[in-house]
Design a protein around this ligand. Sequence first.
Ligand code: 13P
Ligand code: SF4
Length: 301
Amino acid sequence: MNKQEEIRQLKQEKDAVLLAHYYVDEEVQKIADYVGDSFYLSKIASSLNNRTLVFCGVSFMGESGKLLSPEKTVLMPDASADCPMAHMVSKAEIDEARSKYDDLAVVCYINSTAEVKTWADVCVTSANAVKIVRNLPNKNILFIPDKNLGRYVKQQVPEKNVMLVKGYCPIHEFIKPEEIKALKQKYPKALVLAHPECNAQVLEMADYIGSTSGILSKAKESDANAFIIATEVGVRYELQVQNPDKQFYFPETLPVCTDMKKITLDKIIEVLKTGENAADVVKAHVEPAKATLTRMLELAK
Ligand code: 13P
Ligand code: SF4
């Protein structure tokens, strides 16, 4: 039996489904039942009836899955796969802003720990952040932890006072503007599609800014047939599946999220067999963190 067959058999035995982010390795995306961006994965996790969810991604994704489906077992193929940005904000920063603004809404990117979510009023993903911030009744917004997505939201919603902290995704922050510029010179007809986690200079060169799903939709619906992609390279697999005749160019220094790449078929088999690495959330964090996610799902409708 090969690894794929073993996973299929174990999934049946354990009543399990595999959810994967576009940034995990191609072979994991191929075997997954559902592949998507963070918003899609959080929505689908709350709607599935299976007993076990295997989250092929980083820990905040498993935690969010567990918060939205506490009765399910949520397995993480690699418990050490973590998003560094998820930790890049302190409670003191939030307390300071709350003490200054009575009407403050703390808006928290889903790429955050369950504890960080407990400090917030609502969660967002890159697919719905602009819409949710625009529609909140609050004028003063503290956006945590991603300064890049926060800055993009601030530009899109100028009628609000959006304040930022200093967190960032190391993969997107360090995409080099000069490498995007060089690609633009080499392929002048190519459209630049960028994730809002990128730094300001890269986003200034973008023809389109959106989540991983947004980038996929844009590439599919566009009449152009060449694209410069400013996001993690795992998305290349689905871009090519959906657009076999189009060309996709990534920066020379490939943006690779080493945490997402920790997910392998062997580790999926292992957790399905042993039940190890079940996502869990500290009891005191469950209700307040869950409230921010359910509010997001409501406001994103
Ligand atoms: P999206 O899934 O919202 O595109 O965000 C990308 C990301 O960095 C996930 O870790
Ligand atoms: Fe975190 Fe960036 Fe990796 Fe996404 S790509 S999990 S934001 S480090």
